[in-house]
Design a protein around this ligand. Structure first.
Ligand code: NAD
Ligand code: MG
Length: 298
């Protein structure tokens, strides 16, 4: 291992070799086909036992931010149930192998989170397979750009709201009764919650909802010893962006608007999830940890 997440590095130069290129994939897209490949921390993330013996359920765990988080969690010592769509089996297989190589358990749990019954069964399966649950990461998400609200298809609106918001409610409702004091819930929101793009009206709306959900639920669950927080990524190189998350012509300049002048890599998100999952953040609740290349947030 030549570099790890602790190596002293100029953040403007880090990942200078991963330039976004115009491309398109059908939804949900695969990391395997992203060109150039994203950095999920496969070769760099070094664990130090921060999540030893923990039991985690992570949605959207096959690719992008969720996959980088899972790799980090595994190397920190957690057993993990990975939720993803059946079409993403290729990506999921690779991540399961990386998790198992860390010497922890990986349980592959494909299925569609728009189905309430699947959300229920997913949590039950996680509890049964891991012997409990003390980390929940609600990370799965849908983002399809639309330039004119009068043409926003009903189906897209319903799918975006259900995937990003309703599924988070359903999974959390099922999970909380199983989570002992000390457990942590982390939701993936977005810089879009505060700086919404005109072509992401439906998506940005869901991300603002996730922020409110996080701050309200953190107060509700604090007396039970369950901490709820969020991570708000900026522009990150993942399949979400090349499956109509952005218009194809915007991909080449993706992330250039940030003060660092570049897009982020999923590997740069993982330490934020590890921090919020681990007991070291014991007094951090209802917080949104922004990982966005320096874009100002409220
Ligand atoms: P990604 O495509 O790698 O991950 C999204 C995952 O969501 C998919 O892999 C898929 O498994 C899951 N998913 C979507 N619909 C689903 C469904 N119906 N049932 C089950 N799973 C489903 O992309 P990503 O960028 O890593 O996205 C992860 C999270 O990060 C999302 O919530 C996204 O909104 C958020 N986010 C991403 C960016 C970015 O620039 N990439 C920025 C801010 C926030
Ligand atoms: Mg995926």
């Amino acid at each position: 291992m030549t570099r790890d997440q602790y190596t002293f590095t100029d953040p403007t130069q880090l990942y200078a070799d991963i330039e976004p290129r115009t491309q398109h994939q059908p939804e949900p897209g695969l990391d395997a086909e992203l060109t150039p490949h994203a950095d999920l921390g496969e070769d760099t993330y070094r664990g130090t036992g921060r999540l030893q013996g923990r039991k985690a359920l992570v949605t959207g765990a096959d690719s992008g931010i969720g996959a980088a988080t899972v790799i980090a969690f595994a190397r920190e010592g957690a057993d993990i149930v990975l939720s993803y769509l059946p079409e993403e089996e290729e990506d999921a297989r690779r991540i399961v192998e990386i998790v198992e190589a860390a010497g922890v358990r990986a349980v592959a749990a494909p299925g569609d989170l728009r189905d309430r019954e699947h959300c229920r069964a997913l949590v039950e399966r996680a509890v049964a397979e891991l012997g409990g649950l003390d980390i929940l990461v609600n990370n799965a998400g849908k983002q399809i750009f639309n330039e004119d609200i009068t043409t926003l298809p009903d189906e897209q609106l319903a799918d975006t709201l259900t995937t990003n918001v309703s599924a988070m409610f359903w999974i959390t409702q099922e999970a909380v009764p199983h989570m002992p004091p000390g457990s942590t819930i982390i939701n993936t929101t977005s810089v879009q919650a505060y700086s919404p793009s005109p072509m992401l009206v439906d998506y940005a709306t869901t991300k603002a909802a996730i922020n409110a959900f996080t701050k309200a639920l953190a107060q509700q669950l604090a007396p039970r010893g369950i901490r709820v927080n969020a991570v708000a990524p900026g522009p990150i190189w993942t399949p979400l962006q090349v499956t109509d998350g952005q218009p194809p012509e915007k991909i080449e300049v993706f992330g250039e608007e940030t003060p660092l002048g570049r897009m982020g890599q999923p590997a740069e998100l993982a330490p934020a999830y590890v921090f919020l999952a681990s007991p070291e953040s014991s007094y951090v609740l209802g917080e949104t940890l922004n990982v966005n290349g320096g874009m100002p947030t409220p």
